[in-house]
Design a protein around this ligand. Structure first.
Ligand code: TRP
Ligand code: ZN
Length: 472
């Protein structure tokens, strides 16, 4: 199922064998990524000429470097047909291995550590289908296409497209090193027909009208994020701006914008009315908000919500305050601090779930009662140590509720002040980077001492469910 395409072979004196390079060796998804490849930035240009269909045209320039000499580059990619690949602007040999979901590229000379190069891929066609490996959601990851329709009342709903990729769907629409250990910055340029709005992770830097009834929206995500967290949306949106909230790094203003499909009902919008207050409460616990903007893009299909960077993707059916709060918390835990291996994803879900308890307490509710309900759920459904061993465990009850209770146990062991200091030490140390469970434990050891570390360790490692820790 793979085809060899050769462009400008005369530029290449001898063609190295196109053997598979080593992957990142993820413990859950061993096929993803390339070991030693470091993508610094993706500059992505997407044209969505017919929103709501799967027709996609793209060109992406990756700025690359390496941590070991690489004779070939092996990107994850599955879907649209590649028409051209350039290395530092010049055509190079490439091969699409569809069965392996890889795009193999042979640079004129090996990429060496400390050297930067650009790799440009032009492609068009329909994105591939990656089924969610977590079988509790029967959904297809990556580029989503929502056909337009005509409701009986005569109202029309526009076609829409958006990304929904965690854990491994981004390579259905973007040639990428599709593994969270390789975070990168993004420039995203989206061209859509007049009347449609493009939106993406980061801050909008321009909106330009083109000839022929198209518009281009450009966004810059200047802090590195994992590939799965890249948001792209196309719809007939109302873009609602709200006052900036001064909870960014050094008290800098965090831009606020939300995207609601035209005709979004008021109760849906109300789930997002308290975002500024949520930013204040969560930054009080976690330290500065790590990006330049925050808001949501609402989508109409019934799907789970996803914490896409700076712009959470919120289905109408998940437009409730605790879900909104959970996705906001993931901006610190998941998007700014990212697990280096998928087995450590409880570091995302446990922290985001615990944030729901912290927010409920800030509203005068009883946090201990919430913790008790999590215990009941775990006792009913069973539990496991927190580091996941199978794809089905990634987003299970243990990742969420037991992960959250691990933090509750730490808080009960050390008290609120030291717990807060620990959370802020963790974000200060790891924001912008990646983390493993062992890093969290090592930080506990130095920040809150042996009792704190022991409490966390018990909740992370014990095969049985430990006893419910009780707040004083
Ligand atoms: N991270 C999401 C949350 O808890 C859950 C999730 C995992 C998800 N994979 C997904 C949502 C894929 C949508 C699509 O907030
Ligand atoms: Zn979550």
């Amino acid at each position: 199922m793979s085809q060899l395409q050769v462009a400008q072979v005369q530029d290449i004196p001898s063609l190295p064998p196109l053997q598979a390079a080593r992957t990142t060796g993820d413990s859950i998804f061993p096929a993803l990524g390339q070991l030693g490849l470091d993508v610094l930035n993706y500059d992505l240009t997407l044209t969505v000429a017919r929103p709501g269909t799967s027709e996609l045209r793209g060109e992406v320039t990756l700025t690359l470097t390496a941590t070991q000499p690489l004779a070939q580059i092996q990107l994850d990619f599955f879907g649209p047909t590649v028409s051209a690949v350039r290395w530092n602007g010049r055509p190079v040999v490439f091969r699409s291995d569809i069965a392996a979901q890889k795009l193999l590229v042979v640079p004129p000379a090996p990429l060496l550590p400390g050297v930067e190069a650009t790799l440009t891929v032009s492609y068009a066609g329909a994105p591939g289908i990656v089924r969610d490996p977590d079988f509790s959601y029967p959904l297809e990851l990556g580029w989503q296409s929502v056909p337009g329709d005509e409701a009986s009342a005569g109202a029309t709903r526009a076609g829409a497209n958006f990304t929904l990729s965690e854990p491994n769907g981004t390579h259905t629409f973007l040639p990428s090193n599709d593994h969270p250990s390789d975070k990168a910055t993004f420039t995203t340029r989206i061209t859509v027909p007049a009347g449609f709005t493009g939106a993406a992770s980061g801050v909008q830097v321009s909106q330009t009208e083109l000839e022929g009834g198209f518009q281009t929206f450009v966004f810059r995500q200047a802090q590195p994020i994992p590939t799965y967290a890249l948001a792209i949306h196309v719809n007939q949106f109302e873009r609602v701006e709200s006052p900036a909230v001064p909870v960014g790094v050094g008290g800098s203003p965090v831009q606020r914008r939300d995207y609601f499909p035209v005709g979004t009902a008021q109760p849906t919008r109300e789930a997002y009315a308290r975002t500024a207050e949520m930013l204040r409460v969560l930054s009080g616990w976690f330290g500065p908000y790590p990006f330049e903007a925050y808001g949501v893009a609402v989508v109409t299909p019934q799907l789970p919500a996803l914490e896409t960077a700076t712009l959470s993707t919120m289905p109408v059916t998940s437009s409730r305050e605790p879900v909104a709060l959970h996705e906001l918390a993931h901006q610190w835990f998941g998007n700014a601090i990212t697990p280096a291996d998928w087995s450590d994803v409880w570091l995302n879900e446990g922290f985001a779930t615990y944030a729901e308890l912290l927010w409920a307490e800030a509203q005068g509710q009883d946090g201990q009662a919430i913790a008790a309900r999590w215990m009941d759920t775990l006792n009913r459904r069973g539990t496991r140590p927190l580091v996941a061993r199978t794809p089905e465990q990634l987003f299970d009850t243990s990742a969420y509720q037991r992960g959250a209770l691990a933090l509750h146990a730490l808080r009960v062991a050390v008290g609120d002040d030291r717990f807060r200091a620990f959370l802020q030490a963790y974000t200060a140390r790891y924001s912008g980077g990646t983390v493993r469970t062992a890093d969290l434990l090592a930080l506990a050891q130095t920040q809150v001492g042996p009792e704190g570390e022991a409490a966390l360790k018990l909740w992370i490692e014990s095969p049985a469910l430990p006893a419910l820790p009780i707040l004083p």
